[in-house]
Design a protein around this ligand. Structure first.
Ligand code: 5GP
Length: 120
């Protein structure tokens, strides 16, 4: 099974996942390998491979992803301490699963957003 299929199956409750929120547009569930005390993935209910594939017809989905992140952060009590929303796109960003997903990460100081590399 491809990794993209795993996310589709999670949406349809065909494989186990710790789903914390679902509506007609998006699904949110805990990351299987959390990088912080709170690490949740928010994904569309339809397959969109990367952020490059987004068009105007997806604007409701994108706005729902962001609004849900805000609500989940509040529910998880990290809205004041802070959190990070990350969408990786393609190889250089380290996208591993080609099914659009937004990471909601928090619950500890996250440090600088990027490691410092020489541009040479
Ligand atoms: P990416 O590197 O593509 O931005 O992030 C993929 C994320 O999906 C990783 O954080 C990884 O731990 C998570 N992940 C991969 N497979 C599964 C799975 O089967 N279930 C869940 N809940 N998360 C997964």
């Amino acid at each position: 099974m491809t990794k993209e299929k795993i996310f589709s199956k999670i949406i349809h409750h065909q494989i186990p996942a710790n789903i914390i929120y679902q509506d007609e547009l998006i699904t949110a569930f805990h990351d299987i390998l959390p990088q912080a005390p709170i690490h949740i993935l928010i994904i569309p209910n339809i397959l969109i491979p990367t952020i490059n594939d987004i068009t105007i017809k997806h604007e409701m989905i994108l706005s729902r992803m962001i609004l849900s992140a805000k609500k989940i952060a509040k529910k998880e009590k990290i809205e004041k301490s802070g959190y990070r929303l990350v969408i990786n796109c393609n190889d250089h960003a380290g996208q591993d699963i080609y099914y659009l997903h937004m990471h909601l990460i928090g619950g500890r100081p996250l440090g600088p957003m990027l490691q410092t590399f020489s541009i040479k």
